[in-house]
Design a protein around this ligand. Structure first.
Ligand code: BG6
Length: 283
């Protein structure tokens, strides 16, 4: 079953329900807000202080960072691009007993052309079932090659960031973005003991393991080159108006992306599809 509700003015949410899971997806931002596998708690975190207001990003769930990740080149444009600030349309849906798929699209408007003067079609396919499968397709509908960096900025709900670990990156190279940018090699699992903002290079998959609840969620990716691990920790949490002071303990972001030096080109008429799948219970 797919139901449509209005969460607040300009924020329409689709609820996808089947025998395996319930998921909620906002048409504003093409933004997955919730993914609850049957009998489990939500895999995703959304801040109790999140705004649900067109023009402002939603804090939590899975923001779509596109067509650039992080600040724009000249730092004057919205951080993480405009897809998470745009209204998307539902283009198709398919319902089976144990999985539901919807496909959303984001198209250029006068507002996007001011920020980024290109013609494009951006599609997000969301399948909720025993796993949550996302496929992001960038189509270049213009006459010039476009360069894109992007991420599915996934906020995982966890019991205590101090007791969470991210496995899969042992030996991987990463760019540490806290303070002066440095490159390092990961030894063992990633743990959170301070502000953490890292880009793990090299395409490895990972899993988020919550030692308190015993739940692990595998993050599998295909077509994305990097994984960003982010936790704002104490001071940054206090500085974010749409995030409660202690919520840094209840979330960790593990984001499949193609960021920084791994931005990619899409030729006129071509398209690129990148996938991320969250598998609860797997490593
Ligand atoms: C992460 C970035 O992906 O997103 C961080 O690595 C950034 O540098 C964070 O602070 C949150 O961004 P925003 O715009 O949603 O507050």
């Amino acid at each position: 079953m797919i139901t449509r509700t209005t969460l607040s003015p300009g924020i329409t949410v689709l609820t996808l329900e089947n025998a395996s899971a319930t998921a909620k997806v906002s048409l504003y931002g093409g933004h997955v807000l919730s993914y609850v596998p049957k009998g489990q708690k939500d895999v995703l975190f959304v801040s109790e202080k999140s705004l649900f207001e067109p023009g402002k990003p939603i804090r939590g769930g899975i923001p779509v960072c596109w067509p650039w990740f992080g600040p724009s080149a000249d730092k004057t444009l919205p951080i993480h691009g405009f897809a998470r600030l745009a209204q998307w349309n539902l283009v198709s849906s398919e319902e089976k007993e144990d999985r539901t798929t919807i496909v959303l699209e984001c198209l250029p408007t006068d507002a996007t052309r001011v920020l980024w003067p290109h013609d494009f079609r951006l599609l997000l396919s969301v399948t909720a079932g025993k796993s949550l499968e996302l496929a992001l397709t960038t189509e270049n509908a213009g006459k010039e090659t476009i360069r894109v960096s992007d991420a599915l900025h996934t906020y995982f709900s966890i019991a205590d960031a101090r007791k969470v670990s991210v496995a899969g990156f042992d030996g991987a190279r990463y760019i540490d973005r806290v303070g002066e940018r440095t490159e390092r090699d990961q030894a063992g699992e990633v743990t959170i003991v301070a502000e953490t903002d890292r880009v793990y290079l090299g395409g490895k998959d990972c899993s988020v393991i919550d030692a308190v609840t015993g739940r692990s969620v595998a993050v599998r990716k295909d077509g994305f080159t990097d994984t960003v691990i982010w936790n704002p920790w104490i001071e940054k949490a206090k500085a974010m108006p749409d995030f409660a002071d202690d919520e840094y303990l209840r979330m960790i972001c593990a984001e499949a992306g193609s960021v920084l030096g791994n931005a990619f080109d899409v030729a006129p008429g071509a398209s690129v599809t990148q996938r991320m799948t969250l598998v609860p219970g797997a490593r």
